[in-house]
Ligand binder design. Sequence first.
Ligand SMILES: Cc1ncc(COP(=O)(O)O)c(C=O)c1O
Length: 378
Amino acid sequence: MNFNETKYINWVRENIKSGVDYPLVVSGIRDIPLSELTKLGFSLKDIETKGSYADFDGFARLKEEIACRYRVKPANVTLAAGASMGMFLPSIALLNPGDEVIVEEPCYPPLLNIPLGLGCRVKRLSRPFENGFQPDIAQLKKLLTKQVKLIYLTNLHNPSGARISQDDMYKIAKLAGRVGAYVISNEIYMEYLGKNSPAPAFKLSDNVITIASLTKAYGLGWVRAGWVLSTPKLASLFNRIIVYLVGQNSYPSEKMALFAFRKIKYLQKYTDTLISTNLAILKDWMESEEKLEWVEPAGGAICFPRLPRGIKAMDFVAHLKKKYSTLVAPGEFFSEASLSLRRDGEASHFRLGFGVKTEILKKGLKRISQALRTFKPR
Ligand SMILES: Cc1ncc(COP(=O)(O)O)c(C=O)c1O
């Protein structure tokens, strides 16, 4: 095994640490402070651990709550420390060195680094800008062989916010099923759609595994509350692996997650109001900003605009940060191997997070426009 550094995560950490006024690099909404949960009625007594370790495979009441939300059985739910662990569990459970996997392109970098780290052979499934960032199903058919064990997808897509329809997801699951492959459907951004979100893709077919968490749409990344929906057989395999990774998930964290689930309507309301206000501002700005093109996101708090030909995203982003104290993420990180995003040999997109406070967004967008006019390609 050879787990390389995730250059993107390092880059974000370094750049955030050095401080910017307009951090449009984030993909979640603000972190909800503990004090706000306390105002909603959360008390330290709620994380009393007495008798807790009886639920060896994760806090039963939380599993029931999640199962109820998605209309599945508690036996379909595995609790994980964030969607990060959620993605890792099926990867180590189902992959062996030398297996083939298919990873969407562009992608959230860990999707690529996990199978590479496990010694798998990675094939890329393009989600081109020209196709609204939808996966190319004709290409998928060609990529699928008996050696393919896992397909990694995000829905909504990170970085673009595009949504794969249930019909297409079903087609993908069926195609994968023919060669005995599983599909990971990372739905962490689908949470943003709240009541309007479709049923988790796991419900379409037994070879689909849905992953999500409270991190992005609810501002609770610090609780590390993630979950995986799968068949009970896979769930018990994942629980076996959790014993090696962390022994048992953090019980206080699981209890906080339960509290959050019970207040989900309140949390969702904050998110809906912020996102609908900010998306309207973003759309107006994109309409007036003639230097950029985009695929409007289907929801969530990220989009992936395309820069004018000949501008290298990495250079533009450095200019934007230095002169305008505004941070967006260079497209190169999501598309290291991409040809679809390279014109004149250069990646040409950046990821813009719009789940920040509305005032920050307005000012940040203004600065991006200024930077587009003052940037001089090298
Ligand atoms: C697609 C995707 N999966 C997982 C994560 C990490 O989620 P968590 O904080 O729940 O571990 C992120 C964070 O950016 C993400 O974009």
